[in-house]
Design a protein around this ligand. Structure first.
Ligand SMILES: [Zn+2]
Length: 123
């Protein structure tokens, strides 16, 4: 089992707290990949490193940290071989992106170990 983290916004946090499961979402650039849960081994949120820029999203997805423990996570460089090259390039070449810290769980929910506001959200 690997301890990993998922960062999310204040709107989604109550739902995750209630359900105790993370559910995947279909990435708009990866409609064929199925529902994906994006995880990282970074224990503090870094907007650029995580690819969580608000360029496309209105939400601040650095407000809450969800801790999971899973054996189903696939390291990004392995997963990335299965997606279109131009999509991989666009995601990995975003300014400050740190794809070596990215993990993906496909097509299944992941149990939540803990959910807490990040230090940023507390300030
Ligand atoms: Zn939100």
């Amino acid at each position: 089992m690997t301890r990993l983290y998922h960062y999310t916004c204040a709107h989604a946090a109550p739902h995750i707290t209630r359900e105790r499961w993370l559910q995947g979402n279909v990435h708009p650039w990866l409609p064929d990949a199925g529902p994906l849960i994006h995880l990282t081994d970074l224990d503090a949120p870094d907007r650029n490193a995580l690819g969580l820029t608000s360029n496309l999203l209105m939400c601040d997805r650095t407000e809450y940290r969800v801790t999971v423990s899973t054996s189903e996570a696939v390291h990004w460089p392995v997963f990335a071989r299965t997606i279109p090259r131009e999509v991989r390039r666009a995601l990995e070449e975003a300014p400050g992106a740190m794809p070596m810290h990215w993990y993906v769980v496909r097509d299944m929910p992941v149990g939540v170990y803990a959910i807490e506001p990040t230090r940023k959200a507390l300030t």
